[in-house]
Design a protein around this ligand. Sequence first.
Ligand code: PYC
Length: 335
Amino acid sequence: MEIKPNTFFCVDGHTCGNPVRLVAGGAPLLAGESMSARRQDFLKRYDWIRTALMFEPRGHDMMSGSILMPPTREDCDIGILFIETSGCLPMCGHGTIGTVTFALERGLVQPSEAGLLKLDVPAGRVDAEYKTDSTGRIEAVRIRNVKSYLAVAEQQVECPELGPLRVDIAYGGNFYAIVEPQRNYSGLEEFTPAQILQISPLLRRKLNEIVEVVHPEDPTIRGVSHILWTGEPRAEGAHARNAVFYGDRAIDRSPCGTGTSARMAQLAARGQLKPDDEFVHESIIGSLFRGRVEEATEIAGLPAIVPSIEGWACMTGLNTIFLDERDPYVHGFQL
Ligand code: PYC
């Protein structure tokens, strides 16, 4: 008989402002020969662990995390499952940067090569190069992400509240609808976070009703999950600012790693970025990710890029979380 997991040893922190709760111990072993298959197994059998650790009263609308596990591939050092308020993402950029930082600083992983951790995530293999300072702290992590591509160009959609919009849909580990300035959207500067939170779920629902996006190599990755609203940069050196909507009520506080990858794929498809070009993305709170196009490639015959993203993360504490079955909110709640 399996004993129901009820105690989780977590490292809490954030990547460029967005929370990362790394589950370092207490999670169950999952079935599946790939991380994508394990993601499905987790969703089927253990989604209550995600809701317990991500939702109130132990989490909040922006909460996002990961579970470390042995890799399914021989060419990787560690496996990562991403957990979030919205579900289990195939890939999460800020989550990876935080997970790598905390796992290395706490001695939870052993890289097979100095300065490089090879990660097995549901979306594929992701490599994380890290820099250490003289005290052993991780100063920065650059992730070489999965192949990213423009899936749909110039999709017309009737956006509740705003009217007709034209969006591109690009993949960078998740599918993003990218909204750029146009007649009914003058740019992020003109919108409050409350407006973004109100309009985004309506736009996402509408888009998923009229267009179906499916990853050509993994049909379990499907549907627009995130909306990336673009704006003019404010920080020195940034090329653009964004607000990325995810879950039901969250705006990413980091510049969003998979969103930045999707945006670079969109710009590369238009010929506005090429290999070795940098793209510095600013978040809603002013934090920065440094993106770079590592190579031009293809995916199922479509033009694609391999992007990389550099950012930093800080631990805020160690957190042993108990799930007490007598607690009426043991599996969390959402308003
Ligand atoms: O950094 O990829 C990311 C991400 C996804 C959702 C929130 N952040």
